[in-house]
Ligand binder design. Structure first.
Ligand code: ZN
Length: 303
């Protein structure tokens, strides 16, 4: 029925119903995302992560995707909370915040039992997100809601970073060292300078102009670097455009992720594959891991 024709009372009750439906369909989406995650189906169809899949294929905004995935992880760990999300008692944004907090605590090697988690949820009941954040930061000062650049109306971005004492010291040392170039260098200018320096070193396009090929980003390539000569690695890197080359055979969707790239043997080394350009490709770490799981434990991923 056209909302303009509803009586006030009916408008109120219809809105209540619609909000209820929306929470239900959100919860169903979360339940299906959990299955998607368990099957790692997003990898097969050419996405490096569940997050990218939800944003690009399901077309949810980054924030909406993040909240749903985080809520999914929280409910998976604490099934008792599913009911609270369904009823709206625990909002998605709060569920995502709590999950972010537990992840951050895990990084500090602090483990929470199921009861601990439920207790914290109970303790923060009724708190707004900023209020809850204040409480959570008291427990873990490193915890922050997000570290993503937030777009501003003037096409710049705002990014909040929590610096350790040591990093703050290092950055200031650099500013002193660079003060002959710019006596009043601010942090943005410092980051620009560092980004430029790092790109000169790591960007494959710039390596092209160097007299001797330099290995692409070091640490994550370490494992393979013993077996693949630097020149060959750079050749593969340039050929694959410095991005993951995994492509879904049916849709032709190419992953293209630039995160933790690794040089992979298409026909595995331990099965007799050769270290030559045509048997090598760039894969993101998610696709590399997935491919080797499929190759060496084919029965566990038979979806
Ligand atoms: Zn990939």
């Amino acid at each position: 029925m056209n909302p303009a024709q509803l009586k006030d009372q009916d408008l109120l009750s219809t809105l209540r119903e619609l909000a209820h439906d929306e929470r239900n369909s959100c919860l169903r989406l979360i339940q299906h995302l959990r299955e998607m995650d368990a099957r790692k189906l997003y990898l097969r169809i050419g996405y490096p992560s569940l997050f990218e899949y939800v944003m690009k294929e399901l077309r949810l905004s980054a924030g909406a995707a993040y909240r749903r995935i985080q809520a999914m992880r929280l409910i998976t760990d604490v099934p008792e909370l599913e009911e609270k999300v369904a009823s709206g008692e625990l909002q998605l944004v709060s569920a995502a915040q709590l999950q972010g907090f537990f992840q951050s605590e895990k990084k500090r090697n602090r483990s929470y039992s199921l009861d601990d988690k439920l207790e914290l949820v109970e303790q923060l009941k009724g708190c707004s997100v900023p209020e809850a954040e204040k409480e959570l930061v008291k427990i873990n000062p490193q915890f922050q809601r997000q570290e993503r650049p937030r777009p501003l109306p003037d096409s710049r971005y705002e990014l909040t970073l929590l610096l350790t004492e040591e990093l703050r010291y290092q950055l200031d040392e650099l500013r002193h060292l660079l003060s002959h170039r710019n006596p009043n260098m601010n942090y943005v200018q410092l980051v620009e300078f560092l980004a430029d320096l790092a790109l000169k070193k790591y960007s494959p396009n710039r390596q092209r102009h160097r007299p001797r090929p330099i290995a692409p980003p070091g640490a994550e390539m370490k494992f393979m670097s013993r077996m693949i000569p630097a020149a060959l690695r750079t050749e593969v890197w340039l050929r694959d455009g410095g991005s993951c080359s995994y492509t879904h055979p049916e849709t032709g969707r190419r992953c293209g992720s630039k995160h933790l790239l690794q040089v992979d043997h298409i026909h595995p080394l331990r099965l007799g594959g050769k270290t030559e350009s045509k048997n090598l490709r760039l894969l993101c770490s998610a696709h590399n891991l997935w491919r080797s799981e499929l190759t060496f434990q084919p029965t566990t991923h038979a979806h």
